[in-house]
Write a protein that binds this ligand. Structure first.
Ligand SMILES: [Fe+2]
Length: 359
């Protein structure tokens, strides 16, 4: 029987808010899963996910309604989830793993956790740059790593590219999180591809020299530091900004109000984007149901739930969100680099950050 393990997201702010809620959900879910007879072989799919958002309920019940396939879920932190699947090995009940960042999906792929999926539907619905070329994993929502600035200290147009963050004019004015963080590793993976490793390293060295403080905290902490005037610019995934802007708490909305958002590199290679994604696991006991689930994630209905839950964008371009904050940010030119390259460059990215002592 499947046990439920619910862990926190690896963002410190998120953890503070969500942990009590998740604990109570884990108890409720365990009750649901442990009751009733074991479902027939093909009428169940076991999903291991590091996501947990309000829209997930609608997402999973939408799949069951459409296919008659029951969804069992295990939710855990990103790295704990991968570790768990690896430890379970060939006996793992997991059919599908859902997690965030191509760099992390790549790590799981390197461990041999996935099996390739050939699906005309997935190939036609999901843009090529959001799919692992051999079909090991697929992106189902898109996030952008944007530049955020303090509106009272920086004029619109003063910083328009990632490269400009290396300019000495920003000395003592930049906040950045740690280089061990997967988002910054993936950003470096893109910089290596577009600039070459030497220029990417020079960039990292110069940005490091511009830092107002030692790298610490998550993306939300960088945004709060910018709003509080501890530094003037940072980079962050856009959904952390959107969460603050849509918060029930006035002080969090105030943080967002003080911040301007830039989609970098609109005149060159486009804003660095990443994915939340999923793949079918190598030892999936319910392979057909697992593929059906991935195909469901690419449907119009699921695209909305999946993206909206975390203030991300659908990867299926024809699906439009009713998200006031994201819609206000407007359309932007995204990087067309295949996100699998971010994973392939990851070892080199870490070496570059280490060499410049980014921390
Ligand atoms: Fe995140």
């Amino acid at each position: 029987m499947i046990a439920i393990l619910i862990d926190n997201h690896n963002e410190s702010n998120y953890r503070l808010h969500m942990k009590p809620l998740l604990s109570s959900i884990s108890v409720a879910l365990a009750g649901v899963l442990l009751s009733g007879a074991a479902p027939a072989q093909d009428k169940v799919v076991n999903i291991y996910s590091s996501r947990h958002y309000q829209t997930d309920e609608a997402l999973y019940s939408g799949f069951t309604k459409k296919t008659g396939i029951k969804v069992n879920r295990i939710e855990a932190g990103e790295d704990a989830l991968i570790e768990r699947i690896r430890n379970e090995g060939a006996r793992s009940p997991a059919d599908v793993m859902i997690t965030v960042d191509a760099g992390r999906l790549w790590r799981a792929e390197q461990m041999g956790l996935f099996q390739p999926v050939n699906s005309d539907l997935l190939e036609s619905r999901i843009p090529e740059s959001f799919r692992e070329p051999a079909g090991q994993w697929f992106g189902f929502s898109m996030r952008a790593r944007v530049i955020a600035y303090n509106k009272s200290k920086v004029q619109p147009g003063e910083v328009e590219t990632y490269e400009q963050l290396a300019d000495p004019k920003w000395k003592g004015r930049v906040c950045m999180r740690s280089s061990t963080n997967i988002y910054n590793l993936s950003l470096m993976g893109a910089l290596i591809d577009h600039l070459g490793a030497d220029k990417a390293e020079a960039w990292a060295k110069a940005v490091r020299a511009n830092l107002a403080q030692e790298p610490k905290g998550g993306d939300t902490d960088q945004l709060k530091a910018v709003a509080a005037g501890q530094c003037d610019v940072t980079v962050s995934n856009q959904y952390y900004y959107a969460r603050l802007a849509r918060s029930q708490k006035p002080d969090e909305r105030q943080v967002a109000e003080r911040i301007g958002i830039v989609f970098p590199n609109q005149q060159t290679w486009g804003t660095h984007v990443n994915i939340s994604g999923a793949g079918v696991l190598k030892h999936a006991p319910h392979r057909a149901a697992a593929v059906q689930f991935l195909e469901y994630l690419a449907s119009d209905e699921a695209q909305r739930y999946f993206a909206e839950g975390n203030n991300e964008w659908p990867v299926v371009a024809s699906v439009k969100l009713d998200n006031p904050v994201l819609n206000a940010l407007g359309e932007f030119k995204r990087d067309r680099l295949n996100v699998a390259v971010l994973g392939k460059n990851q070892p080199n990215s870490q070496k570059i950050y280490d060499r410049v002592a980014w921390k």
